[in-house]
Design a protein around this ligand. Structure first.
Ligand code: NAD
Length: 507
């Protein structure tokens, strides 16, 4: 949030999207969007004023009057077009994403692609937003349901998936007949705005999708606004809990997908090569800045002897700018994130964990100012240590040991988070025991990051989630609609009249 200086005035400004127009904010509060590999200022993002937030909501409310009546096929065709536009612009989207977020170009394409899958899903809304019908529930009486849109809905997104997570939200909200206010992360809003432009090009009408930028004040205004009916939030547990409480008290429907501490069990019968590769990809990919990153590996029995192999493999990973071919680990998103992660590594040492691999201050030629931390591994990690209790959100893998699968499951279930978990094993019996007994919402069996495809819903649980229904899949259709139950009887001349009925039964 810096006052503009003459140097910063040169950086382009990120626009607000209100009523189908990209508009310049009138705010006096701006923040730089910075390339985390070079510290180059890419743009300035506004913190929208209360009037701008109100204008976005008012336009969305007005647009809802006609959008809710738009035939479902017409809504679906917009998302058919949007998926095509995203495919055609994939390279450009990935380049924008890497520049402002830091992840490697192939991973940035993955970020866009996982969002694209939800756009494809939104295009099949005709099959998803079906009601139910029960015929002849009493004499001549039918009961059926309508799944009607709620009105103006809002989405608040984190920095770590600036394409995928906005695409989790607005396509399904709009496809179900709602209008939408999106509040992207102020750290990397550029690729999100490009997606919003493509949505307009695909035919999303004015006012149906609006984008406002900002931080705490704008988020609070969204939580409080009486014309916003539902909020989807993805971000940290602290902010998500605040949003859930504040917006719920204001009578809104809220879903919050929040922080994590994801554990993977490595059984001694696992395919060693494949499992260790999968584990390290999930621990260090995107520099550990994924809500489904594996940050704790529980090594069971003989697998406890695999630490040297894990360290040796980790040393082969290349730390470099995200645009450099062959990069495995790019920079952390900001200087603040860098000092936070470095500080947690310090605390890990102070708390008595064994630093098997220290990734601090790697030399990265050509990127002297980048926010880099290389793969870092601690063994002997215990509950109570900061590196275990906190979500590090950096390339730091904690190793703990367990005698057997029962001990490993007990250990994971004692952790409050429930976003994702995985087991590596060749035993069907061990895998089945794990899927039955583990108290985590998304379970991988020899799959390190079990984020479901959009036919299913994202189902994080316990401290990683507030609200009952997840994003995308069948659950989100319920989230973005109100079920109305109709009980109907049509009289014709053959209907026998039973006179006045003063009981509650349907006769
Ligand atoms: P964050 O909570 O800092 O920010 C998320 C959003 O909240 C942003 O739009 C931000 O502007 C806003 N915000 C920040 N501080 C606020 C405040 N004090 N009051 C109101 N609003 C505020 O999260 P982040 O650092 O951008 O993202 C990383 C976090 O998101 C991690 O904890 C990660 O696990 C989580 N995450 C969860 C999932 C999931 O599906 N469970 C997915 C991705 C990320």
């Amino acid at each position: 949030m810096n006052a503009p200086t003459s140097a910063k005035v040169l950086a382009p400004t990120v626009k607000l999207l209100i009523n189908g127009q990209m508009v310049e904010s009138k705010t006096t509060q701006w923040r730089d969007v910075v390339n985390p590999a070079t510290q180059e200022v890419l743009a300035r993002v506004p913190f929208a004023t209360p009037d701008e937030v109100n204008a976005a909501v008012a336009n969305a409310k007005q647009a809802f009057k006609t959008w809710k009546k738009t035939p479902i096929g017409a809504r679906a065709r917009i998302f058919l077009k949007l998926q095509q536009l995203i495919r055609e612009n994939m390279k450009e989207l990935a380049a924008l994403l890497t520049a402002e977020q830091g992840k490697t170009l192939p991973d940035a394409e993955g970020d866009v692609f996982r969002g694209l899958e939800v756009v494809e899903h939104a295009a099949s809304i005709g099959n998803l937003q079906l009601g139910e019908l029960a015929n002849n529930v009493a004499n001549g009486v039918d009961t059926y349901t309508l799944n009607q849109p709620l009105g103006v809905c809002a989405g608040i997104t984190p920095f770590n998936f600036p394409a995928m997570i906005p695409l989790w939200m607005f396509p399904m909200a709009i496809a179900t007949g709602n209008t939408f206010i999106l509040k992207p992360s102020e750290q990397d809003p550029i690729v999100t705005m490009r997606l919003a432009e493509l949505a307009l090009e695909a035919g999303v009408p004015p006012g149906v999708l609006n984008v406002i930028h900002g931080g705490e004040d704008v988020v609070n205004a969204i939580c409080d606004h009486p014309d916003i009916k539902a909020i989807s939030f993805v971000g940290s547990t602290k902010v998500g809990t605040h949003v859930y409480n504040r917006a719920s008290l204001n009578g809104k429907r809220v879903q919050c997908m929040m922080g994590a501490k994801n554990h993977a069990i490595v059984m001694p019968d696992a395919n060693k090569e494949q499992s260790l590769n999968a584990l390290l990809g999930a621990a260090f990919g995107a520099a550990g800045q994924r809500c489904m990153a594996v940050s704790v590996a529980v090594l069971v029995g003989e697998a406890r002897n695999w630490i040297p192999d894990l360290v040796a493999k980790s040393k082969t990973l290349k730390v470099n700018g995200g645009t450099e071919p062959g990069t495995d680990v790019g920079p952390l998103v900001s200087c603040a994130a860098l000092s936070r992660v470095e500080g947690l590594i310090e605390r890990g040492l102070a708390d008595g964990a064994t630093l098997e691999l220290d990734g601090r201050k790697p030399e990265v030629a050509g990127y002297a100012k980048g926010n880099f931390v290389g793969p870092t591994i601690f063994s002997g990690v215990k509950p109570g240590m900061s590196i275990y209790e906190q979500e590090v959100f950096g390339p730091v893998l904690c190793l703990v040991a367990a005698e057997d699968i029962d001990q490993a499951i007990e250990f994971i279930n004692a952790n409050p988070n429930g976003n994702g978990t995985a087991i590596f094993t060749q035993s069907g019996a061990a895998a089945r025991k794990f899927q039955e007994e583990i108290d985590v919402g998304q379970v991988g069996i020899n799959v390190p990051i079990p984020v479901p495809v959009p036919l299913f819903s994202f189902t994080g649980s316990r401290a990683s989630k507030l609200g009952d229904l997840g994003p995308y899949g069948k659950q989100v259709v319920m989230f973005y609609t109100q079920t109305k139950t109709i009980t109907a009887r049509w009289f014709d001349d053959s209907t026998t009249s039973h006179g006045v009925n003063t009981t509650i039964s349907l006769k």
